[in-house]
Design a binder for this molecule. Structure first.
Ligand SMILES: NC(=O)c1ccc[n+]([C@@H]2O[C@H](COP(=O)([O-])OP(=O)(O)OC[C@H]3O[C@@H](n4cnc5c(N)ncnc54)[C@H](OP(=O)(O)O)[C@@H]3O)[C@@H](O)[C@H]2O)c1
Length: 282
């Protein structure tokens, strides 16, 4: 299942491909289906979408255009914080499946915490979606240490992942360690910091040593860490291919450490005023 040259991340015996294709923001929507299809042709077996992105329809179309079986492609979608109440949550999941023309997703996430709705209500709706077979696995996104503790304590089902911003310019040690303590994987959104880290001289130097691109070195630095998954987005076929071509090199411990030290730049790219929780201090 999910054949890939890259090692999978395993949570409770369920494997997820460590690199997925991100589908947020397609500036030219008419090209979206082609790009997602190209990603699948290039070997991606994991697609990351969300109700909020408006890309579910294109993901569904791309899936229908490939002869790779549904069971071989991992699909993650998310329910927005506007739909955190149980009834709205249920409707959102149904709408996602209807839009993609799917019977189930592999992973369903609470996209952002919603302080105005009891977390127990939203987690209850998440679990219900799993029990009804609409989601094979469930998880959270943009949850801080305090919220991870709450979610893990409330949930009677294993939480599969916490999707958070993680790249070389941000320290997420506390969130990652808390997730590990609960057996939850970490999926990195904006893994390339929307391109910012690709201009870093240290990353460029390491890339030259391996004859790889800065994007490949950044993604390798992420997935070489325990239980880390990354979902980069790219809009050119060349970069789509590049971002999954990571199997033929490894970073040394010294190189991993050099990249980890770049976190002193302390950059948070995704920080929407209306949605952000009180982030953990490094
Ligand atoms: N859970 C959440 O709240 C949340 C929030 C944000 C994002 N996400 C997920 O994370 C995914 C990735 O985030 P993102 O798309 O915002 O940022 P990203 O993956 O960090 O960066 C994408 C940027 O990097 C560039 N890029 C990609 N591959 C490259 C390569 N090989 N060489 C040079 N440049 C390259 C892209 O350029 P081009 O534009 O030219 O292709 C784009 O500007 C999203 O698509 C979404 O699925 C989730």
């Amino acid at each position: 299942m999910f054949p890939s040259a890259l090692p999978a991340v395993s949570v409770s015996g369920v494997n997820i491909p460590s690199i997925g294709y991100g589908t947020m923001l397609f500036p030219e929507p008419e090209k979206a289906v082609t790009l997602i299809s190209e990603a699948i042709k290039s070997g991606y077996r994991h697609i990351d979408t969300a109700r909020k992105y408006g890309s579910e329809q294109w993901v569904g179309e791309a899936l229908r255009s490939t002869d790779i079986g549904r069971e071989n492609i991992w699909i993650t979608t998310k329910v927005t914080e506007e739909n955190a109440k149980a009834d709205d949550f249920e409707r959102s999941v149904e709408k996602s499946l209807e839009t993609m023309q799917l019977n189930y997703v592999d992973l369903l996430l609470i996209h952002w915490p919603q302080p105005k709705v009891p977390l127990s209500e939203t987690i209850g709706a998440l679990i219900k979606a799993k029990r009804h077979g609409l989601a094979k696995n469930i998880g959270i996104s943009n949850f801080t240490v305090e919220l991870i503790h709450k979610a893990a304590q409330i949930s009677s089902e294993q939480l599969f992942t916490n999707q958070v911003e993680y790249h070389p310019y941000i320290n997420q040690d506390k969130v990652i360690q808390t997730c590990r303590n609960y057996g939850i994987s970490v999926t990195c959104h904006v893994p390339l910091a929307r391109g910012v880290v690709l201009k870093d001289p240290e990353i460029i130097k390491i890339a030259q040593i391996h004859q790889k691109s800065p994007a490949q070195v950044t993604l390798k630095w992420l997935i070489q860490q325990e239980n880390i998954i990354a979902v980069p987005r790219a809009l050119s076929i060349e970069q789509i291919k590049e971002n999954i071509d990571l199997a033929d090199f490894s970073l040394s411990n010294e190189q991993m450490g050099r990249i980890s030290r770049l976190r002193s730049r302390n950059l948070r790219v995704v920080d929407p005023e209306v949605r952000r929780p009180i982030w953990d201090l490094p």
